[in-house]
Write a protein that binds this ligand. Structure first.
Ligand code: HSE
Length: 305
């Protein structure tokens, strides 16, 4: 096999209470990528979209992820990667993770799957480090594995795939830019014990709720006392959208990754569409451009097409 094409899904990191440890993959949107093996030890990057991302491997998240993989390969080979991104960089729905994870999953397929999924997540984390200054796995893990994932530990990497009930996801991406590195910079480095206790209660509650398919428990656990109060001020209409989405029937939600996208979970598609209406109305009222998606959790992660 000389080339392989993949679809790499958008992802929602943090899942409200699980900063840097929880995340899930989305059915829409996806980036398309084609990877070829070349007979030279280098990474060639071709961008087929309008995002003007770097084509120098060391400055490109997919390039850096493939370079991390190449370090573990003895043969005199390299990769050419051709990308058409649909996930806008800086949107908060895992654009860099899709580039990094899609590239390494495709390359691994060309190598007869010599690396484990955990290896691929590690390689992709190097791309995340380039994008945000931090080696977090809460986007790349669900992007590679699909579904909902829990990163129990970054070092050594320990990732658990969680069961989950049927859930519909509504996303709104207001067209403002929030850099992940900036959104991390503003976070407090110390937290109160009482907030930590509340937060780990919510994380455990959310994991239990997902596995027991207990929608009420999921809803109660979608609460963040630590990150959201600091970051939500960067997102216009955040509090109003959250309150009105819950009034429309959403189970709950919050900032997607480091923002500016907001996500809400619903038990039915009908509710998810009502929530989309709430989001639209709020941004139309202040004449802010936005995109919305009504989608589901993607169980498969990066797929070969
Ligand atoms: N967990 C990361 C953060 C995700 O919230 O900074 C960034 O996509």
């Amino acid at each position: 096999m000389e080339k392989v094409s993949v679809l790499a899904p958008a992802t929602v990191a943090n899942m409200v209470c699980g900063f840097d440890i929880l995340g899930f993959a989305l059915e829409e949107p996806n980036d398309s990528m084609t990877v070829r093996i070349i007979k030279e030890r280098k990474i060639e990057i071709i961008n087929r979209d309008d995002f003007d991302l770097p084509t120098v491997a060391k400055k490109n998240v997919a390039g850096v992820a493939l370079l991390a993989m190449l370090e573990k390969i003895d043969e005199n080979i390299g990769f050419e990667i051709e990308t058409t991104k649909k996930i806008k960089p800086g949107s908060g729905i895992g654009s860099s993770a899709a580039s990094a994870a899609g590239a390494v999953v495709a390359a691994n397929h060309l190598l007869d799957k010599r690396f484990t999924e955990l290896d691929l997540i590690e390689f992709a984390m190097s791309g995340e480090e380039l994008a945000s200054g931090s080696k977090h796995a809460d986007n790349v893990a669900p992007c590679v594995l699909g579904g909902v994932t829990l990163v129990r530990s970054n070092d050594p990497l320990d990732v658990i795939k969680l069961d989950f009930p049927e859930l519909f996801v509504t996303i709104v991406h207001p067209q403002i830019e929030v850099k992940t590195s900036d959104a991390r910079e503003i976070l407090k480095q110390q937290i109160l014990l009482k907030n930590a206790i509340r937060q780990w209660g919510n994380i455990a509650g959310l994991v239990a709720g997902l596995m027991k398919k207990d929608y009420e428990l999921i809803s109660r656990s979608l609460e963040d006392r630590i990150i959201e109060p600091t970051r939500s001020i960067l997102i216009p209409k955040f509090d109003q959208i959250k309150t009105e989405s819950k009034q429309a029937g959403a189970l709950g939600g919050g900032i997607s990754g480091s923002g500016p996208s907001i996500f809400m979970l619903s038990q039915t598609e009908e509710t998810a569409q009502k929530v989309e209406g709430v989001m639209r109305q709020n941004y139309q009222n202040i004449e802010l451009d936005f995109n919305t998606y009504v989608t589901k959790i993607n169980s498969n992660g990066v797929t070969i097409v």
